[in-house]
Design a protein around this ligand. Structure first.
Ligand SMILES: CC(C)(COP(=O)(O)OP(=O)(O)OC[C@H]1O[C@@H](n2cnc3c(N)ncnc32)[C@H](O)[C@@H]1OP(=O)(O)O)[C@@H](O)C(=O)NCCC(=O)NCCS
Length: 172
């Protein structure tokens, strides 16, 4: 872990720099990913989205969170927070930035009104450090192709999670 990691609110960063970083961390076709469809039309949540800077104040990582909902077969929409992308520049990976970003987001959540967190990611990473699991998501569907073992949720009380539902943008 680098001792110099600095985390700042993402809304203080030039949006063009954020896009450049995401282009380097992911494939150029990233916009076609199913995760983008889940949160289509939503703005990321400034209070839960952050940037990591290196010791020279260069942008090296970002985390974004989005308002989404799981709509159950009875039509009820269950609000959730979608986490991702979590992105660290390839040459800066494995130095603790990913963990620092996620820790900051988790610490910024309201303890009084916790919403389930959902993401598409590696269970080996997000399960190991943050207790995300695919245990409750096998009956959930997404607006595009997905690998079921990578659909993860983190929830204090899994009993509240619908067994079945469709994930999509949050609508009032
Ligand atoms: C996944 C990612 C965010 C991790 O951030 P990072 O800063 O590189 O990782 P950290 O330094 O916080 O953590 C390192 C530890 O996590 C493990 N780890 C990192 N990425 C992992 C992965 N994809 N699967 C399993 N373990 C992983 C490392 O082995 C290391 O473990 P160790 O401490 O036992 O050696 C980063 O590698 C990344 O941006 N990857 C490309 C984009 C991506 O796939 N994002 C996730 C989907 S939204």
């Amino acid at each position: 872990m680098t001792g110099d990691v600095k985390i700042i609110p993402l809304d203080t960063v030039d949006p063009a720099l954020i896009e450049q970083l995401l282009d380097r961390a992911f494939e150029p076709e990233r916009h076609k990913r199913t995760a983008y469809k889940v949160r289509k039309g939503m703005e990321w949540l400034p209070a839960l989205s952050f940037a990591a800077l290196d010791e020279n104040d260069m942008l090296v990582g970002t985390i974004q969170c989005w308002p989404v909902a799981l709509t159950a077969p009875d039509g009820r929409a269950h609000p959730m927070i979608m986490v991702g992308p979590v992105a660290v520049l390839p040459e800066e990976q494995m130095r603790g930035y990913g963990q620092a970003l996620m820790a900051t987001t988790l610490a910024s959540l309201s303890a009084d009104a916790p919403l389930p967190l959902v993401m598409i990611g590696d269970a080996e990473y997000y399960g190991r450090f943050w207790d995300f699991t695919n245990e409750y998501t096998s009956g959930w569907s997404l607006p595009g192709p997905w690998e079921p073992h990578r659909l993860l949720v983190r929830c204090d009380n899994p009993a509240v999670l619908p067994r079945e539902g469709k994930l999509g943008p949050w609508r009032r």
